[in-house]
Design a protein around this ligand. Structure first.
Ligand code: URA
Length: 246
């Protein structure tokens, strides 16, 4: 048994405050009866809960979307630094780990899950799923950089990077860009720009596997993935595996 507001958060109907609003508006039915008390207990395995016309489906696995702030590390534990898991209340942390890593100074979308199988598919070492980053870069980014990234720029590893899509939003002494990459090499975005003589001064992940960061989440905030977001990740993971094996 669990509280109804928690059940609705965990099944992807929004943050605690969004869910409370839905309850207040009388949008939630439990076994056909309107319920507006967030503290009402439901049996997640038996009760039928319908929210704004959509049936809630309780999944055994947990997938959370976190807006990672700068200053925390993408780890489950760390002796010195604050970790991304410490942004969650203690009772929500059990078994969760970050899906890949963002640098301590990088912000943006980071998934947290206890689902090792799908996480592994999303991070399969030979080819990861698409990830789009917004960056501010010291130095003028040009069409030449777009071409070099599209060909696969060398960053000093054994192999050059896979082709990446660079979009220039603003070019000048400090440029603004969007970059979509498919791998997850150590400090990859920063090293790609270093390789062409520029320096990343701010980096934020906007999307991963076709799932964008929820713009209503402020840095440090998180929510459960919605069922359609989880389906997109599953599709993205399946595609990545197919491409790895051909
Ligand atoms: N590339 C980087 O350089 N840093 C990140 O955190 C993510 C991608």
């Amino acid at each position: 048994m669990m509280r109804l507001d928690r059940f609705l958060c965990e099944t992807g109907f929004g943050t605690r405050s969004q869910v409370k609003e839905l309850l207040k508006k009388g949008k939630v039915l439990v076994n056909g009866q309107t319920v507006s008390r967030p503290e009402q207990k439901v049996d997640e395995t038996r009760d039928q809960v319908v929210c704004a016309g959509t049936q809630a489906v309780y999944a055994r696995r947990t997938w959370l979307m976190l807006h990672k702030p700068a200053g925390v590390v993408s780890a489950t534990e760390d002796a010195r630094e604050k970790t991304v898991l410490e942004l969650l209340p203690k009772e929500r942390r059990r078994g969760l780990f970050p899906v890949g890593r963002l640098d301590k100074d990088t912000e943006g979308l980071l998934f947290l899950t206890d689902d090792g199988e799908l996480a592994h598919r999303l991070l399969s070492p030979r080819r990861h799923v698409d990830k789009t980053y917004y960056a501010r870069v010291q130095g003028t980014v040009t069409g030449e950089h777009v071409r070099r990234f599209a060909e696969g720029v060398s960053i000093g590893d054994e192999k050059p990077c896979l082709p990446a899509v660079l979009e220039i939003l603003e070019a000048g002494e400090e440029s603004e860009i969007l970059l979509t990459i498919r791998e997850g090499r150590f400090h990859q975005v920063k090293r790609m720009f270093e390789a062409v003589g520029c320096r990343v001064t701010y980096l934020k992940r906007r999307s991963m596997g076709g799932v964008p960061l929820d713009p209503t989440l402020r840095p440090g905030e998180w929510r459960s993935l919605r069922p359609e977001e989880l389906s997109r990740l599953e599709e993205a993971g399946a595609e990545a595996i197919k491409e790895c094996t051909v």
